[in-house]
Design a protein around this ligand. Structure first.
Ligand code: A3P
Length: 346
């Protein structure tokens, strides 16, 4: 008898009662709601929103192509910036297409649908200025992953926030992966703002409340360190390029050259200079093909926050008081104990 094929090798587990209590308190709610109803997956206890679990197996088993290029990150680690960099280098600096076609179309987000599950439709549509465009958007978002991915012509450029262990086991033997890591303190600040930007996430607390959830791995896709370490441990694989957000902030030309080397592209210094200009924070923020401003009209985003927000390394210092700083230092030290991973100091 052959071995039984496992569609998905990990167990989904309910959170512990005290974890649920912490979530209810932070969200000032009396019952778990779709925007923070988390389920724990596998031995590393990655937290996924409950509706996402339905498609986790399809993502784990997705059909790969040898010319696929993935950008994999923990959310708010510089994904969008890196996607644009990777896309332009891979597509021989085709700025005309990069400006006329939004990044989300050129470089789709694999699991996006499950962040905006169909049951939230009622919450989104009433806020939309353009109802027709909004329902078209939701229809796309709610397409099953399998259908969405198989319809994309090659070469595919795919963004995902799934940790490597929840992606196909043959990913690195088949396709190329650019992974971006960022200091978890800046990641948490940026996610706090994202939770205020996206209407349906609607986090009601302070940053301190958010940090408490983040550091206890009670936000989606956490634990952050497990996510980063999985990629760090595979950084020498020839199909993996591991980048730090902080390095790109410090020396963008060098990140561009590393991506070009990784993709086997010869590029000139003039091309590096023009790409730096295109990717420069101020230009990027104004660039409607990457800044997600169009989503505001669909009722998905609030008007008060921006997706391309501040673009700095070390901005967390303005959010952490003395006690939080010390606790974060200890938390980081504990998480770095079993690894040689170190975030670049700026
Ligand atoms: P901040 O919220 O700290 O500003 P992601 O694309 O993974 O969601 O990451 C978003 C973070 O990357 C945000 O961080 C955003 O401002 C920053 N970012 C986006 N474009 C950038 C750019 N061109 N230069 C520097 N940072 C950028």
């Amino acid at each position: 008898m052959g071995e039984k094929k496992m569609p998905f090798p990990y167990e989904f587990k309910e959170l512990e009662p005290e974890e649920k209590m912490m979530l209810l308190k932070a969200y000032k709610a009396s019952e778990l709601m779709p925007r923070f109803d988390l389920v724990s997956v596998g031995p590393k206890k990655f937290k996924l929103l409950r509706p996402f679990c339905e498609e986790a197996a399809d993502i784990y088993n997705m059909a790969l192509r040898s010319d696929d290029i993935f950008v994999v990150t923990y959310p708010r680690s510089g994904t969008t910036w890196t996607q644009e960099l990777v896309w332009l280098v891979a597509n021989d600096f085709d700025y005309a297409t990069a400006k006329s076609k939004v990044l989300m179309q050129r470089f789709p987000f694999v699991e996006f649908l499950k962040y905006v599950g169909s049951q939230w439709q009622e919450e989104l549509l009433p806020n939309a200025k353009d109802k027709e465009m909004a329902s078209e958007f939701l229809k796309n978002v709610n397409k099953p992953v399998k259908e969405k991915l198989s319809a994309i012509p090659s070469p595919r450029f795919l963004k995902t926030h799934m940790p490597l262990s929840l992606l196909p086991p043959k990913l690195l033997d088949t396709a190329k992966v650019v992974y971006v890591a960022r200091d978890p303190r800046d990641v948490s600040v940026s996610n706090f703002h994202l939770n205020r930007l996206i209407n349906i996430f609607d986090f009601p607390g302070t940053f301190k409340d958010y940090w408490s959830l983040f550091s206890q791995h009670l936000v989606k896709i956490s634990p952050h360190f497990e996510h980063v370490k999985e990629a760090w441990n595979l950084r020498h694989h020839p199909n993996m390029l591991f980048l730090f957000y902080e390095d790109s902030i410090k020396d963008l030309p060098s990140s561009i050259r590393r991506v070009a080397d990784f993709l086997g592209k010869d590029i000139t210094e003039d091309q590096v200079t023009s790409l730096c200009d295109h990717l420069n924070f101020e230009n990027f923020k104004k660039n409607d093909a990457v800044n997600f401003e169009y989503i505001k009209g669909l009722g998905v985003f609030t008007q008060e926050e921006d997706f391309i927000r501040r673009g700095k390394a070390g901005g967390w210092r303005e959010y952490f008081d003395e006690e939080m700083t010390q606790q974060a230092d200890q938390w980081i030290a504990n998480n770095l104990r079993d690894t040689d991973l170190r975030f670049p100091k700026l």
